[in-house]
Design a binder for this molecule. Structure first.
Ligand code: R5P
Length: 281
């Protein structure tokens, strides 16, 4: 039995109602929840953008589904928010990623299916925060697409060592990125202090691949390095594209850029639908 939130309507027809009361509170209704009784149930939802509201709406949907006593509930969330906050760097911080997984497990998600989860760094089955997670990587599809765009061989690079796992199996190399401390003000953001590249890219077509493009600072700095090294063509790609601020315009101006549709965007060129269709026939 499939329950689909409106945030997933580009892939499957929604049958969960998600609205807002006039004051902004969330309203969620799963009209066919009872049909899930005794069955394996799948809840498809995106948790980005508006992640905090979307997480709460998902909790409400899980409660409605759970009340009908299904055999199991699998939650399908293409991009898992808070996945970059799985470590404590400073006293008084918390592991938001772990807390989110704990909440989802407690609310009845027997398993989470997601794509290129930042803290897992490889494909497979894991348990984190008490939640079973199936992590699927779009890396192969992204590299295939980049080869198609380049029309031949490409040099593959990641913009930092954290994303080395995306390139190590395909003979790629990683740049070294160092971030500074949090900037002053209300935004929890650490600027890039430096990024070094040692690979020879002179006259080559280069794919810079990361798990996500957020403000775009990482990719834009990496593009600067690669162009400075004399590359003839630069393609930027990631599984998840937030494209905050004016980063998409800047990246478009500096070369080719594409992402998957875990977060739909104007440059989503790799679809998760065939993967999901294959998993949930
Ligand atoms: C960091 O560890 C991630 O893999 C990405 O490199 C990072 O989140 C990209 O962020 P931004 O686009 O803001 O530089």
């Amino acid at each position: 039995m499939r329950f689909v939130c409106p945030s997933f309507s580009d892939i499957y027809a929604p049958n969960v109602e998600v609205k807002n009361f006039p004051d902004g509170d969330s309203y969620v209704r799963v009209p066919d929840a009872k049909e899930g009784a005794g069955k394996d149930v799948f809840l498809f939802t995106r948790l980005y953008p508006n992640q905090d509201a979307s997480i709460f709406q998902t909790i409400l949907a899980l409660r409605a589904i759970k009340a009908a006593k299904p055999k199991s509930i699998t939650l399908v969330v293409p991009y898992l928010p808070y996945s970059r906050q799985d470590k404590v760097f400073k006293d008084g911080e918390v592991k938001s990623a772990e807390i989110l997984c704990e909440i989802l497990a407690r609310e009845g998600a027997g398993k989470l299916v997601t794509f290129d989860c930042h803290f897992l760094k490889k494909e497979g089955e894991f348990t984190y925060g008490g939640l079973k997670i199936k992590n699927i990587s779009l890396n192969k599809k992204i590299i295939e697409k980049a080869r198609e765009i380049a029309g031949g061989e490409i040099e593959i690079m990641s913009p930092d060592e954290g994303a080395n796992y995306l390139v190590s199996d395909v003979g790629g190399t990683s740049m070294k990125k160092v971030r500074g401390d949090y900037v002053k003000g209300n935004e929890a953001y650490r600027e890039i202090k430096e990024m070094k590249m040692s690979a020879d890219v002179l006259g080559k077509s280069v794919l810079i691949i990361d798990d996500m493009i957020s403000t775009g600072s990482t990719m834009l700095k990496a593009v600067e390095n690669v162009k400075g090294g004399g590359a003839k063509k630069v393609i930027c790609a990631a599984a998840h594209g937030f494209f905050l601020k004016d980063s998409l315009a800047k990246l478009n101006a500096s070369g080719e850029v594409f992402v998957s549709d875990t977060i739909p965007s104007p440059v989503s060129a790799v679809s998760i639908k065939p993967v999901l269709d294959g998993l949930f026939k």
